[in-house]
Design a protein around this ligand. Structure first.
Ligand code: TYD
Length: 212
């Protein structure tokens, strides 16, 4: 791998996707080749899996089945998009990667964590992001942001008002971050978008050896 692999993680409505896009724009504006991609998705096949996972209300998916589907999409996305871009020396910014499965299906829904790790290894091999930005917000903020959006949105399996689930996901992410402090950067997402973006940009500039 000669490029740079960055991922963004966090609970619902943490502002992760906005921050991933802002970072991509900032690096692109400074002449770096960037591939911004999202999970579940990133390839036409994976987008179809995404639709079942998120929007098929009639299918009551077990956590293990969810994890296998997320991993199938991830295997395809990794082989078709992420690895080729890294091999070309690009910066890949993934809006969610395997930590989402550990946090949501593992900590959030109780699927076996060791099993999930083994499955991830099977799906993507040894590929691990060099930095993972965990955009952390309190669950009260998550719920109020989701409430504000709920009128217009399509039904979504992971958007509801289950506070305990969101608490477990958040706690899970913080544990993952504590276990790998060299990879994870925990960013306080309960601030102005601009302040969060500046923090992330500083960290990435340092990682890439870019002038401030
Ligand atoms: P998305 O609309 O992309 O939401 P977000 O902006 O929060 O990323 O939906 C992705 C949803 O899928 C999100 O609710 C988290 C969930 N998810 C998992 O449960 N496990 C996974 O492995 C991944 C990648 C996502």
């Amino acid at each position: 791998m000669s490029g740079t692999f960055l991922s963004f993680e966090g609970g619902e409505a943490a502002g992760k996707s906005v921050q991933a896009a802002r970072l991509a724009e900032s690096l692109d504006g400074r002449g770096r080749e960037v591939v911004l991609t999202r999970e579940p998705g990133g390839t036409p096949f994976a987008e179809r899996i995404r639709d079942v996972l998120l929007h098929a209300r009639e299918v009551d998916l077990a956590p293990e089945a969810q994890a296998l589907l997320f991993s199938a999409a991830r295997a395809q996305h990794t082989r078709d998009v992420i690895r080729p871009a890294l091999a070309e020396g690009k910066i890949v910014i993934a809006d969610r990667y395997f930590d989402s499965t550990l946090a949501y299906q593992g900590y959030g829904l109780g699927a076996d964590l060791d099993g999930l790790r083994a499955m991830t290894r099977f799906a993507v091999g040894a590929l691990v992001p060099q930095r993972t930005f965990l955009i952390d917000v309190p669950v009260a903020v998550t719920l109020s942001r989701l409430g504000a959006r709920s009128g217009t949105a399509r039904w979504d399996r992971f958007h509801g008002d289950d506070r305990a689930f969101y608490e477990r996901v958040r706690e899970g992410y913080l544990r993952l971050a504590a276990a790998e402090p060299g990879r994870f950067v925990v960013v306080d997402g309960d601030r102005l978008e601009e302040a969060v973006a500046a923090d992330i940009r500083r960290q990435v500039d340092q990682l890439l050896g870019l002038p401030a």
